[in-house]
Design a binder for this molecule. Structure first.
Ligand SMILES: Cc1cc2nc3c(=O)[nH]c(=O)nc-3n(C[C@H](O)[C@H](O)[C@H](O)COP(=O)(O)OP(=O)(O)OC[C@H]3O[C@@H](n4cnc5c(N)ncnc54)[C@H](O)[C@@H]3O)c2cc1C
Length: 267
């Protein structure tokens, strides 16, 4: 690692001020991505603004029909939250299957979505459940937030403070994990809220998370895995790498979508 200056603010305002004022500054959340990147010298911020003491960015609350999760809430805290388990059990299960215990106890929801790794789990939940990403400046709908591989709508220095999930009628996530990292080779989140059904796919797309309109149309008619029988996504535009080729990922999207629907209806 190169030398850097470490800052530990107590409020979002202080953190945003430091990021704006200090040269080449980056916020640090759980460090599960940023620190390895720095160790590999792929990133070398001159100033590191640690969000670990910003209490207003931690915790989970229910506001009417919405679950609001602080950006610095760890995956383990989301997985273990009675509020999330009761209101959106599929989201608690998703968080409980991220990486390993070390990653779940350090990694945060804000860090995960700000990083927008194309194989990360939370982006699929945000997109399928129609979440709103709240920053120190504005509110951004998930549909507008995820803009491509490792790319989001965040401006330079903008900080994700909370993520708001409208409580769906039914929702679940199914992933086919890479056996080493547990990242998704393919992960599919389905959510039904009123008459609207949304299906979001992670791990497969060359541009990161995306919705699968054909599956949404089929499930809108009847919310059952039978509606997706024989369906696979189009292989064009999907990733081919050492783990799986595009055709295999296209097939897996259909399988994971059916599993997610079965889990959502309690099969
Ligand atoms: C071995 C291993 C296995 C993993 N497996 C999985 C998996 O199965 N599924 C999965 O989804 N993820 C997985 N991850 C990723 C992990 O879950 C973390 O969520 C992810 O690394 C980023 O979160 P973080 O809190 O560690 O962020 P950091 O590493 O601290 O930050 C990541 C990036 O986001 C920026 N950032 C952080 N917080 C904010 C914020 N609030 N506002 C704006 N920008 C911010 C930082 O500046 C940095 O650029 C794995 C990671 C490891 C190391």
């Amino acid at each position: 690692m190169y030398a850097f200056t470490y800052h530990r603010p107590d409020t979002v305002r202080q953190a945003a001020g430091l990021v704006a004022r200090k040269e080449d500054a980056k916020v640090l959340a759980g460090g599960q991505t940023l620190l390895p990147t720095m160790k590999q010298r792929l990133a070398s911020p001159g100033n590191l603004v640690d969000l670990g003491s910003v209490a207003e960015m931690k915790g989970i609350e229910r506001k009417g029909r919405t679950i609001v999760i602080g950006a610095m809430t760890t995956h383990a805290d989301v997985a273990g939250s009675p509020l999330v388990q009761e209101a959106i059990p599929g989201l608690a299960a998703l968080a409980g299957n991220i990486g390993d215990p070390h990653v779940r106890n350090r990694g945060t929801i804000g860090g995960s979505i700000a990083n927008n790794d194309p194989a990360a789990d939370y982006p699929a939940a945000c997109l399928a459940m129609g979440a709103t990403i709240i920053t120190n400046k504005r509110k951004i709908a998930a549909d507008a937030f995820f803009q491509g591989m490792f790319d989001t709508a965040l401006d330079e220095g903008e900080i994700v403070t909370r993520v708001a999930f409208p409580i769906p009628g039914k929702a679940a996530y199914a992933k086919f994990p890479n056996p080493a990292s547990r990242y998704a080779l393919v992960g599919v989140c389905v959510a039904k809220r009123g008459s609207e059904v949304r299906v979001a796919v992670t791990g497969a797309g060359a541009s990161g998370v995306f919705r699968w309109p054909e599956a949404e149309a089929a499930l809108s008619k009847r919310f059952s895995s039978k509606s997706l029988e024989g369906m696979a996504a189009k292989a064009a535009g999907l990733n081919t790498d050492i783990h799986a080729d595009a055709e295999y990922r296209a097939h897996l999207i259909g399988v994971m979508a059916r599993r997610a629907v079965d889990a959502a209806v309690g099969k």
